[in-house]
Each structure stands twice: as structure tokens, then as C-alpha cells.
Ligand binder design. Structure first.
Ligand code: BLA
Length: 491
């Protein structure tokens, strides 16, 4: 079963999303080739959105597209990925929203019917509602909640979540607004395979991903030669069948997600759901994208300030620690170790200096510490070694001591002097709440072994009592700063 699963995940990672050759049926699209300046591809449903049939449109010269809002071409620029918009255009009888996307090969035009609109003034009011309410006492979740509540003012959704990626691309719902009657996802973790790398990568090219109806049939969109067009920049791109099924299992028809970038990297997403197909107008989506970008900037300023404050407070902490060693030398080692233990929220500490061991462990065990040192000190990893389970270190598989489970080693190696400082943490019971069993993100649906995404997103709690609490970014920074201070002290 694990093999099946791994194979399927590997397949997902390979799915060429941009070459699906199909679009979703809530809009129509055609492509203008750069070289010939003629239309070389049109979606089968294009007649619903323009005065021409597929056969009439393909082959048309760009200057004959007189019904096309001109700004779509004028405002486009020449960089691949550039976009231009024309909202609520009334050149035809219906009010239409147009979008153009520039790629190296040409220009993709996408057209949707308009269903709602946000005026510029309304948008400015929404945007303003994020900024003036910011208070010096705001914590992270205040920023997150403010964003989703502002989006909720104009997006027709039953659930809006802020989903933050973790280190290895699993993620967690850290803020949520959901109508009563639906199960909350707040605090639940989702495995990385729910959004494969190839789908995450799309957020660097596109400001959002909109799935109008997870059950709707796709519409063919092929070139005049019958080959699929590159739909990288298409908002209408058809839905990966597997993801369509995932959404249906979640009870979601409409899904709209917007990336949150921090320092140029995908940090999280806003994900909006509705159980029944509920159109989100292109103009509203565009305003949501702008609002999320605006939020990202404010939030990264907040993060920089927080980081600066952290660095300053760590500097203070380190200088107090280092001071302890400086004043009384050898004699002060016990109180230094005690203080280091506190600073790292550790269960014990040990230091090797001047060819001697000093221990600060409730049950001091010289031998154990020497064994650990023998196994760890030659580790070739960086200046710091940190583990949540010391038994993962080669040669230490059988260590069993109730105060020694997590380990952090800070080492200095000089020709004459060598110092190694160990801090230990005890095992701690830790609970992770998953949205469904993470070992069963896939299920077999029939005797042929066809796999499908999990059917249950119900809270599934995983309890681990074997590891120490993780060493946080703050712990690692503190360790690096302490190491630098010790170097200054000893040289
Ligand atoms: C895409 N998966 C996505 C997207 C999201 C998620 C947000 C982007 C498209 C969208 O907005 O709907 C996942 N959505 C979530 C999560 C939450 C949410 C975690 O709201 C939490 C609240 N999916 C799987 C597995 C595979 C998979 C096992 O579960 C494959 C092995 C694939 N997910 C998959 C694919 C896409 C996707 C292929 C891209 C879909 C597309 O763009 O067409």
C-alpha cells in the first residue's frame, strides 16, 4: 500500500498541469501568436464570449479583432507573465471581464461573464480597513484574522482559511472564518502531498488559482494543429482530476486560493471554499489578489521588526551568559551551565573545557556524557548539531535517560583549546492534529487498485512522546550567538 501511495504521489509530482489542453467552462479563451499576429487557438466554447465561432476566430489577424478592448494589448508590456485587464466591458451586449497574459510565444486572452464588481472606492475602503486598525500590541494572529475578515467582506465564501506552510511543505490552518455547520479546520495540519510542488510552483507565475466548480466538465482548448497550448498563465486552466476529486471529498465545489509571499518565497496561501458552485467574479478575485499582496508587504514589515527585536533580546541574553564565565573563570562554570540550561529551556547541560568535564544534569552521569560526546563530537555537520531524539545519532541508539533526549551541541575547536557545550532536553508528549490520517492520504477505491484522495478530513490526532520539543529558530540563533561570544571570550 505504501508503494502504491508513493507511486501515486510521484505521479502527481509529474503531472504537467500546464499542458492539460483544456480549460474550465466558466470562461472562453484564445491565443494570439507572436510571430504571425493571428489567432492560432480558441476554446471550443468561445462563441459564447465573442461574436465569432472557433472556425471563424482561428486564423483571424489581430487587427481584425475590433471587438476586443484595446487596453488588453496596450497595457501588456513585453515581459512573459505580464497581465492586463478590462473589467465590465460592454462592447458586446453582455458585460464581460477580459484578461490578457503575455508569454514568450504570444498573448492569451481569457473572457468571463461579469457577475459582480468592487468599485475603486470600495476597494480603497477595504484596504484602509487593514492598516489603521493595526495596533502596536498586535500579534501574528491579529494580522491573519484581519486579512481574512476583510476578504470575507466581499468574497462569497463559506470558509476562508489562512494556510501556513511548514518547513517541509506540510501546512497548517492558522486562521479561519467559517460559517456555522461546517467542521472547523483551525489548528489542523495537512500533509505536503496535498499541494504538490508542481502546484505550489504555479503560485510564482500566477496571482491566484480559481476553481469555479470541482465537478464541472472541462472544455477543449487546442491549437490549430491539435496540440495542447501552454496554459501556465491561464486562470481558466482545467482542474487536475485528482484535485477535483480531493475538493469533492472535502465537500467543496468552488475553491479560490491566493499565495502569500514573504521575502520572495511562498509562505502560505489564503484558501476560500464554497460547498455549492458560487461564482467569484474576476474583478473580485483581482481585488482579493491585490489585498493579499498589500497584506504581504505589511506583514513582512511586521516580521522584520519582530526579528530585529528578537536579535536584540538574544544579544542581551548572550552577554549575560558570557559575563558569567568571564568574571570568575573556572569557578563560575556551574552557574554558567545553570543559566544556559534555563536559556535553552533544557533539562540539563554539560561542558567540556580545559580537558575537563562539568555537568549540570539532575542525575549526573559522567559515562553517559562521555559516550554522547564520543558519538557527537566528530559529526561533520555544521558548528551546531541539534536533534530532537539523541537516539538518531550513530552509536547512541540505546541511550535511555529520562532527562536526555533532545540534544544541542555547540562546539569550538581551536588548536590549543577546545570547548564543547551540550544542552539536553527531556522527551515531551506532543500532539499533532491532522486533517485525516496522514498515512492514508490516498485510498483504494476499487479492486483494480485505483487510488483516490482520502475521503475524510476529520481531525486525526497523532501523539508522540518520544522526542523532545523541537529546537526553534530562536534556539538556533541563540546557540550561534553564544558560540560567537565564547570564541571572543576564549581567544
Ligand atoms: C492543488 N491543493 C491544491 C490547491 C490547494 C490544495 C489550495 C490549489 C488549488 C486550489 O486552490 O484549490 C490543498 N486546499 C488545500 C489544503 C487546504 C485547502 C491543504 O483549502 C487546507 C484547508 N492532492 C492530494 C494528493 C495529490 C494532490 C495526494 O491530496 C497528488 C498526489 C494533487 N493538489 C494536487 C494537484 C493540484 C493541487 C495536482 C493542482 C490542481 C490544479 O491546479 O489544477
Amino acid at each position: 500500500e505504501t508503494d502504491d501511495f508513493n507511486e501515486l504521489v510521484a505521479n502527481c509530482e509529474k503531472e504537467a498541469l500546464h499542458l492539460s489542453g483544456q480549460i474550465q467552462g466558466f470562461g472562453g479563451a484564445f491565443f494570439i501568436d507572436n510571430e504571425s499576429l493571428t489567432v492560432t487557438a480558441a476554446s471550443e466554447n468561445i462563441a459564447e464570449y465573442c461574436p465569432l465561432s472557433v472556425a471563424q476566430l482561428v486564423g483571424t489577424k489581430v487587427h481584425d479583432l475590433t471587438w476586443l478592448p484595446l487596453e488588453l494589448l496596450y497595457n501588456l508590456g513585453i515581459k512573459a507573465g505580464n497581465r492586463a485587464y478590462a473589467f465590465n466591458d460592454n462592447t458586446t451586449t453582455a458585460s464581460l471581464n477580459y484578461r490578457s497574459h503575455r508569454s514568450d510565444a504570444g498573448i492569451l486572452i481569457e473572457i468571463e461573464r461579469s457577475t459582480a464588481t468592487v468599485t475603486q472606492r470600495q476597494y480603497l475602503q477595504l484596504r484602509a480597513s487593514i492598516l489603521p486598525r493595526i495596533d502596536a500590541s498586535w500579534q501574528e494572529h491579529d494580522y491573519w484574522n484581519q486579512l481574512i475578515h476583510t476578504l470575507d467582506e466581499f468574497l462569497p465564501c463559506e470558509r476562508i482559511v489562512l494556510y501556513r506552510f511548514n518547513e517541509h511543505w506540510s501546512g497548517e490552518v492558522v486562521a479561519e472564518k467559517v460559517v456555522t455547520g461546517l467542521p472547523p479546520y483551525l489548528g489542523l495540519k495537512f500533509p505536503a502531498s496535498d499541494i504538490p510542488a508542481i502546484a505550489r510552483q504555479m503560485y510564482y507565475q500566477n496571482p491566484s488559482r480559481y476553481i469555479a466548480d470541482s465537478r464541472q466538465e472541462a472544455v477543449n482548448f487546442l491549437t490549430q494543429y491539435g496540440t495542447p497550448l501552454d496554459l501556465t498563465y491561464s486562470d481558466l486552466r482545467s482542474v487536475s482530476p485528482l484535485h477535483g476529486e480531493y475538493l469533492q471529498n472535502m465537500g467543496v465545489a468552488t475553491s479560490f486560493s491566493v499565495p502569500i509571499m514573504q521575502t520572495g518565497k511562498l509562505w502560505g496561501i489564503i484558501s476560500c471554499h464554497h460547498a455549492t458552485a458560487t461564482p467569484i467574479d474576476a474583478h473580485l478575485r483581482y481585488q482579493a489578489e491585490s489585498l493579499v499582496k498589500y497584506f504581504s508587504m505589511i506583514y513582512s514589515t511586521y516580521q522584520s521588526k519582530k526579528r530585529l527585536a528578537l536579535l536584540t533580546s538574544l544579544d542581551d541574553e548572550v552577554s549575560v551568559l558570557a559575563q558569567k564565565l568571564r568574571i570568575k573563570g573556572e569557578q563560575s562554570i556551574p552557574s554558567f551551565l545553570q543559566a544556559a540550561k534555563t536559556a535553552f529551556q533544557a533539562s540539563g547541560a554539560a561542558m567540556y573545557i580545559n580537558d575537563d568535564w562539568h555537568l549540570c544534569l539532575p542525575k549526573a552521569e559522567q559515562r553517559l556524557v562521555r559516550d554522547i560526546d564520543n558519538a557527537c563530537r566528530h559529526d561533520t555537520s555544521d558548528v551546531l548539531l541539534s536533534k530532537q531524539d539523541i537516539r538518531d545519532v550513530d552509536g547512541l541508539a540505546s541511550v535511555s535517560h529520562e532527562e536526555v533526549r533532545g540534544v544541542m551541541l555547540i562546539r569550538l575547536n581551536f588548536e590549543l583549546k577546545s570547548l564543547r557545550l551540550y544542552v539536553f532536553r527531556q522527551p515531551e508528549k506532543q500532539i499533532t492534529h491532522w486533517a485525516g490520517n496522514p498515512d492514508k492520504t490516498m485510498q483504494k477505491v476499487n479492486s483494480h487498485g485505483v487510488l483516490s484522495p482520502r475521503a475524510s478530513f476529520e481531525k486525526w490526532s497523532e501523539v508522540d512522546g518520544e522526542q523532545s520539543l523541537p529546537w526553534s529558530k530562536r534556539d538556533l540563533l541563540l546557540a550561534k550567538k553564544l558560540r560567537a561570544a565564547l570564541i571572543r571570550l576564549l581567544t
